[in-house]
Design a protein around this ligand. Sequence first.
Ligand code: ZN
Length: 246
Amino acid sequence: MILLPETSYEVKITEKKGKGVFAKKEIPAGTIIADYLGKIIHPEEESTESNNLHYGLYISDTTVICPDFTSNGAHNFNHSCTPNSTFFPYKGHTLIVSTRTIFIGEEFNIKYLIYPSEHFSEEVDMICHCKSPLCRGTQYCTDQEWDNYDAIEDKAYVDIEPSLVFGTYLQPLDIYPETIADLPSYMQIFGYHEKEPLKYSKLVMDKEEIRNLMRESGQNIYIESIDAVLAGITPTTYYFLYSNLH
Ligand SMILES: [Zn+2]
């Protein structure tokens, strides 16, 4: 279920990725954009329930949320290697939350966090079409990304597990938080690569200040002293683009 006001987004057909969700208004960092709701099923039911589309969301090894394909929802958000939003477990639900300012016209995207070779075999196309300069070419995540997610996922699931009834639909929460704060141990922040970067002669900031700057501005940071663009910051890595862009 998309949780933004209807005036803030639109669902459109993209070139290679099916439907996508796009911002019609500027969206601040930490905004809860969607909740991944659907039918609670066992993993072995996924192929039948989703017509082999593999949009089921594994909230544990034994429980899958299968979305309702007849309405627009969290399953319409496409994958990107440098996303502006992220999955975020909250009270056993899986929210989609913006990790930085999102600009008008920009597509909302997330990392799918598909564990390498875990659930799918060769017949499923996992090639990435995100067009980011840092595209890895695949929608599978790295072992490190999986571990970072796993570390926060389990805690949330334990709270809700006893109340889940297979075959019924996961209902929206009564109350959602106003915003979700930055979580440096898990969240990845990438500036919008189609926007001009901020410009600094040198970058004299600590990691928290850099995260806040990219989160609030939504932009990459060009650093003159090393002639490079800082395009992303994750729990373990800074991503730089060295090019003749400038
Ligand atoms: Zn990509």
